[in-house]
Design a protein. Structure first.
Length: 232
């Protein structure tokens, strides 16, 4: 990967506007990726926490609460991997790309604003056509986590062991958690899908969610990796 980070997509801090080097991602490109990972994990923490309150089954509430806290921890881990230097604002690079925006909008039935470096969520009155509890769970474990795992693994495969050691350790740790969560979540969804109506509702929402994410530009994974060709 030897392209220069597009300044439109990357952080504005002059300390982070470097080209890709022969040893992997530049500081700018790495910070942008890690910042979006932080945003996504924080978003999932908030989202699953909200789902706890409107889920009728106690077992599902416990599951979602545990998953929510794990995503919160992942967001902290990614925050720790962002550069520490004078004049650098971590929130400046903690922002979503279009596929991530589409994902959140589909899961919430909202159109969240992404202007500026914000981790905030849209006001309650902005929600419309909110998916049901079971379709949301299926979307999380059959679209969102598989894509997140794919993206993390691709980043790990492209990382340089010399220059990206700390990032690679975090990727492995988070990947292990996400794969475990994906499996446990899929088991839960399979137990809850017990009627033909459930199957129809789940797959109708999965098509909507996947179409939204792909339509926003996602190919393999969720977060675009700088310098890679779609489909890699």
């Amino acid at each position: 990967m030897s392209e220069v980070l597009d300044p439109v997509d990357g952080p504005s801090d002059p300390h982070l506007t470097e080209a890709y080097g022969p040893d992997g991602l530049s500081l700018a490109a790495s910070a942008a990726l890690i910042g979006e990972y932080r945003w996504i994990e924080h978003a999932l923490y908030s989202l699953l926490g909200q789902w706890v309150s409107d889920t009728p089954l106690a077992a599902v509430q416990l599951h979602l609460d545990a998953q929510s806290m794990r995503h919160s921890w992942h967001a902290e881990l990614w925050g720790d991997r962002l550069p520490v230097m004078a004049g650098f604002d971590p929130d400046e690079v903690s922002r979503p790309s279009p596929p991530t925006v589409a994902m959140v909008a589909a899961l919430t039935g909202a159109s969240p604003s992404v202007e500026g470096p914000s981790l905030s969520w849209p006001a309650a009155e902005d929600h419309h056509d909110r998916p049901g509890a079971l379709p949301r769970l299926a979307g999380l474990y059959r679209v969102v986590l598989p894509r997140l795992v794919t993206g993390y693994q691709r980043h790990l495969d492209l990382a340089d062991a010399v220059t990206d050691g700390p990032v690679m350790r975090t990727l492995r740790l988070v990947l292990n958690d996400e794969i475990e969560d994906w499996r446990s979540g899929e088991r839960l969804v399979q137990r809850l899908v017990s009627r033909p109506h459930d199957v129809a509702a789940v797959y109708e929402f999965l098509e909507r969610l996947e179409s939204s994410v792909v339509g926003a530009g996602a190919s393999s994974g969720l977060v675009p990796l700088p310098g890679t060709v779609p489909g890699d």
